[in-house]
Design a protein around this ligand. Structure first.
Ligand code: AMP
Ligand code: ZN
Length: 459
C-alpha cells in the first residue's frame, strides 16, 4: 500500500518513492530563535513528526534535519527591517548569542514535552557560515547575483521558473511594487548576503563581498545540501513558506544545480485563534506550551488536538476544544491502561489504520479507528496491541502513561470527566455539583500538569 503525499510543487497527491530504497531524507525548516515558540509553530513540528513516524511505519529509515535560524531572519520578508536576533537582544538586554541559546533550549524542551522525535541533525545557521558563503559564491559564478549598497542580491528575473512552487504572478507583483523597491531590480529579488555597513552588529562575518551576514534563505540551501545532498526526498515547513522562503530556496538551488533541492514539498496549515486570522510571534500575543501547562493542561492534549485536524486544514484554537481533547485523551489512556497485555495487533485493523495514515496522513480518521478498536469485539489484549501499533504514528505515548491514582474507582473517574466537560462547556453549576459528588465519594480534585486528577481525601 503506497504512501500518498500531497506535493505542493505539483499541487497533487502522489505516491511517495525515495531516492534510496528504505531511506528517506527529510528537511524541516526550523524556528527563528529570538522568542519562544507558540503553539502554532508547534503544530507545524507535530505535522513533521507525524510524517516522520508514518515514513517509519512504512519501513523507511528517516534522516531528519532541522535548522535553527539564529541569524539573518529580518523583521520584514522584503529584506528590510532589523535582524530578529539583534532586535531580541535590544528588547531583553542580553546578547544575541545568549538569546539564541536560551530559545533553542526552550524550543527543544517543548518538542520533548510533545513527544516529537529529536531530529537526526540539528543544524545551526551560525555554525555553517562557510557553507553559506560557498553557496552564494556558486550562485554568483552562475551569474544570478547583483550588488547593491547594502548587499548581494539574487536576480530572480534570470530564472525562468522562479516562483513556480507558489504559482507566483510575477507580472502582477512587479506592477504592484514599483514604488518601494529601493535598489532591488524586482520585488521578488532577495538578499543572499547583507553588509554590516555602519551599524555595529553582534553577529557578523568576513566574506568575499564584505563584512556582514547571510540572508535567511541561504542557510537552508547550504545546510540541506551539506546533510542530505544536492537532491533529497522531502522538504517541509509551514504554509507561509510557500511564496517566499521555499520559493527562494528553490531559486538558489536551481541557479547552482538546475533543479529544486527536494522531490516532494509538504506544507502544514496554520493554527489560528478564534478571534484573529493568525497567531504570530511578532505581535507578542501568543500562546506557548507553558501557557497550557500553567492552566493544568497536559502538553499531549495539545498533540491530540492537533491530530484531530488534517495537517492541510486550518485548525482554530479554543480553550474549549483543548479541554475536549484533554478529556478524550484521558479516556483513551484509561481505556488502554485497563486492557490486558500480551496480544498481537489485529492485522485487518492495522491495515485499515495504515491505509488512512498513508492517505496523506489522515490523522483524524486514524483517531476514529482508535476509538473503533476500543468498541470492537476484538479481545482486550489484541485491542491493546493494535492501539500500541497505531500509537507509533500518533505519538501519544499511551504505553508510557501511568494513572496518578490507580485506586480511584471508575465511577469517580467518570464524574471527573463529566466535570471537565461541564467546565469546558461553561456549565458552572453542573461542574460544582459534580465536584460535590466527587467529594461526597471521598475524593478531592487536584490540578496537575497532566490535567485534573481525583485523590482520596486522606492522600
Ligand atoms: P518561525 O520560528 O517564525 O521561523 O516559524 C517556525 C515554523 O512555524 C515555520 O515552519 C512556520 O511556517 C510555522 N508557523 C508560523 N506560524 C504558524 C502558525 N500560526 N501555525 C502553524 N505554523 C506556523
Ligand atoms: Zn528553511
Amino acid at each position: 500500500m503506497a504512501l500518498m503525499l500531497y506535493d505542493t510543487y505539483e499541487r497533487r497527491v502522489r505516491p511517495f518513492t525515495s531516492l534510496e530504497p528504505g531511506r528517506a531524507g527529510l528537511y524541516a525548516c526550523g524556528p527563528t530563535v529570538y522568542d519562544y515558540a507558540h503553539i502554532g509553530n508547534l503544530r507545524t513540528y507535530l505535522f513533521g513528526d507525524t510524517l516522520r513516524r508514518v515514513l517509519r511505519l512504512n519501513g523507511f529509515e528517516v534522516r531528519h534535519v532541522v535548522n535553527i535560524t539564529d541569524v539573518g531572519h529580518l523583521t520584514s520578508d522584503a529584506d528590510s527591517g532589523e535582524d530578529k536576533m539583534e532586535k531580541g537582544s535590544r528588547r531583553t538586554g542580553r546578547t544575541a548569542w545568549d538569546i539564541a541559546a536560551h530559545f533553542t533550549q526552550a524550543f527543544q524542551r517543548d518538542l520533548e514535552r510533545l513527544r516529537i522525535l529529536a531530529p537526526t541533525v540539528w543544524a545551526r545557521a551560525t555554525d555553517h557560515i562557510p557553507e553559506q558563503i560557498d553557496f552564494i559564491a556558486a550562485i554568483e559564478r552562475e551569474g544570478f547575483t547583483y550588488r547593491t549598497s547594502d548587499g548581494i542580491y539574487f536576480d530572480t528575473a534570470r530564472l525562468e521558473r522562479y516562483g513556480h512552487l507558489a504559482r507566483l504572478d510575477i507580472a502582477g507583483l512587479q506592477a504592484g511594487h514599483r514604488v518601494d523597491l529601493g535598489e532591488k531590480r524586482a520585488p521578488t529579488d532577495f538578499a543572499l548576503w547583507k553588509f554590516s555597513g555602519a551599524e555595529r552588529r553582534q553577529m557578523e562575518w568576513d566574506s568575499p563581498w564584505g563584512r556582514g551576514f547571510p540572508g535567511w534563505h541561504i542557510e537552508c540551501s547550504a545546510m540541506s545540501t551539506r546533510y542530505l545532498g544536492a537532491l533529497f526526498d522531502i522538504h517541509i515547513g509551514g504554509e507561509d513558506h510557500v511564496p517566499v522562503h521555499h520559493s527562494n530556496g528553490i531559486a538558489q538551488h536551481e541557479a547552482c544545480h538546475g533543479h529544486p533541492p527536494a522531490r516532494y514539498w509538504l506544507h502544514g496549515a496554520f493554527l489560528r485563534l478564534q478571534d484573529s486570522d493568525k497567531m504570530s510571534k511578532s505581535d507578542g500575543s501568543f500562546i506557548r506550551l507553558d501557557t497550557l501547562l500553567e492552566r493544568g493542561v497536559d502538553p499531549l492534549a495539545y498533540r491530540y488536538l492537533a491530530l484531530t485536524a488534517h495537517y492541510r486544514s486550518k485548525l482554530v484554537f479554543s480553550w474549549a476544544a483543548l479541554d475536549a481533547a484533554q478529556t478524550a485523551l484521558g479516556r483513551l489512556r484509561r481505556a488502554y491502561h485497563r486492557l490486558p497485555p500480551g496480544g498481537t495487533a489485529d492485522a485487518a485493523m492495522r491495515e485499515r489504520m495504515l491505509a488512512v495514515l498513508n492517505d496523506d496522513l489522515n490523522t483524524p480518521r486514524a483517531l476514529a479507528l482508535a476509538w473503533e478498536t476500543l468498541k470492537s469485539v476484538l479481545p482486550g489484549d489484541v485491542q491493546k496491541a493494535t492501539l500500541r501499533w497505531l500509537d507509533e504514528a500518533l505519538g501519544l505515548g499511551l504505553d508510557e502513561w501511568r494513572p496518578d491514582t490507580p485506586t480511584v474507582p471508575d465511577a469517580v473517574l467518570e464524574l471527573l470527566d463529566a466535570r471537565t466537560r461541564a467546565r469546558a462547556e461553561k456549565r458552572w453549576t453542573d461542574a460544582d455539583a459534580l465536584r460535590a459528588a466527587i467529594e461526597a465519594a471521598g475524593f478531592v480534585i487536584r490540578d496537575t500538569a497532566a490535567g485534573p486528577v481525583a485523590e482520596p481525601v486522606s492522600a
